[in-house]
Ligand binder design. Structure first.
Ligand SMILES: Nc1ncnc2c1ncn2[C@@H]1O[C@H](COP(=O)(O)OP(=O)(O)OP(=O)(O)O)[C@@H](O)[C@H]1O
Length: 350
């Protein structure tokens, strides 16, 4: 089932419009991540799809059917929230059984469905336990099984990993991915965590400032960002920015002249700032202000006419370094933030 918001406007009160003429599509059978900073409107979109909010203008379509005014209970949606929301006094078995009982599914069919779901989320041996006896990740798997019980046409996951530590997050991400593949249910995964989105989603919808900034694969967003907002949101460490007006002549000379003429900012990925093979080959020289280890990466903070961070320089005692920029990690942006040129090709200027 394909879910579409078409020209949707939503305000919580008269002074703040969270979404204005907002359009997006979740293609049938895909796992789409809705990624964006806090307050960007992710939960609002999820609640519109769930029927918990009604837009003041625009339409919500499930395939060709207009569900804008349809009650939440009739939309056949499964939802998983951040805080598990399981019934504490019911066992895992009875939590999963609950929506089936409410739908008057006969006992034999119910038992068969519970067994299928428990197998799907790898909890077949935990059915007799109560939620308090399970880890957070296991509790979310119960919530996932319960959400899928009635074969929903749309699965909505609202920050389902937020309460979990790193190991359990990884585990649950895999379960969500595998379950979505096995069931083929159209799924919207709301998150503010880019690693989660990059790891799991077929496509990412990046939302910021009430606008859908870009839809694409994680690779698209990293290599072909449409604008500075996307380029700065995706990738860690954050994209380095260098005002074009203060670029050293040697670096300037190696960039595409027509895009450079219209550009205000050069974006440089941290992995593209390297020690030059020889001083003669350097684009510029910079002072090392700090070096620290961050997991596998060495983060080198550099100062020249701007401040930069590199992840491609080995620990060093030298105070000043001759550096070169790999153009495969560069993007040029206009004064209003449009991407004019990127190493991956594309941008607005050929
Ligand atoms: N019930 C409400 N009444 C008034 N304003 C609201 C209400 N719910 C959300 N908002 C506002 O709408 C905007 C979008 O909120 P929303 O919760 O959709 O964002 P979000 O991206 O899901 O944020 P978070 O990641 O923090 O949950 C925010 O400015 C928020 O303050």
């Amino acid at each position: 089932m394909r879910a579409t918001l078409r020209d949707v406007t939503l305000s919580y009160d008269q002074s703040t419009t969270v979404l204005k003429n907002f359009t997006c599509t979740i293609p049938s059978g895909e796992l789409v991540a809705l990624l964006g900073p806090s307050g960007s409107g992710k939960s609002t979109i999820l609640n519109l799809l769930a029927g918990l909010l009604t837009p003041s203008a625009g339409q919500i379509l499930f395939d060709q059917t207009d569900v804008t005014r349809q009650d939440s209970r009739h939309r056949n949606i499964g939802m998983v929230f951040q805080d598990y929301a399981l019934y504490p006094h019911l066992t895992v078995h009875d939590n999963i059984a609950f929506p089936l009982k409410m739908a008057h599914v006969k006992r034999a069919a119910r038992q068969q469905r519970i067994a299928e779901l428990a197998n799907l989320v790898q909890l077949s041996d935990q059915l007799a336990k109560f939620p308090r006896e399970l880890s957070g990740g296991q509790q979310q798997r119960v919530a996932l099984a319960r959400a899928l019980a009635k074969h929903p046409q749309l699965l909505l996951l609202d920050e389902p990993l937020s309460s979990l530590d790193t190991t359990l997050r990884e585990e649950l991400l895999t379960v969500i991915h595998d379950v979505q593949r096995a069931t083929g249910v159209t799924t919207l995964f709301v998150t503010h965590n880019q690693e989660d989105a990059l790891q799991i989603a077929d496509h990412i919808m990046l939302l910021a400032n009430g606008r859908l900034q870009q839809v694409g694969t994680g690779h698209d967003l990293y290599v072909h960002p449409q604008n500075l907002t996307v380029a700065r949101f995706i990738g860690r460490p954050q994209l380095n920015l260098w005002p074009v007006a203060t670029l050293p002549a040697r670096l300037r000379a190696s960039l595409p002249a027509n895009a450079l003429a219209q550009a205000a900012t050069l974006g440089i990925r941290s992995e593209a700032i390297r020690l030059a093979d020889t001083p003669a080959a350097a684009h510029f020289t910079a002072t090392v202000t700090q070096q620290r280890q961050l997991g596998r990466d060495t983060l080198t903070h550099l100062r020249t006419t701007t401040d930069l961070v590199s992840t491609a320089i080995s620990p060093t005692n030298q105070a000043a370094l001759p550096l070169s920029i790999d153009l495969h990690g560069c993007q040029l942006f206009s004064a209003i933030g449009d991407c004019l040129w990127t190493w991956g090709g594309g941008g607005r200027t050929p």
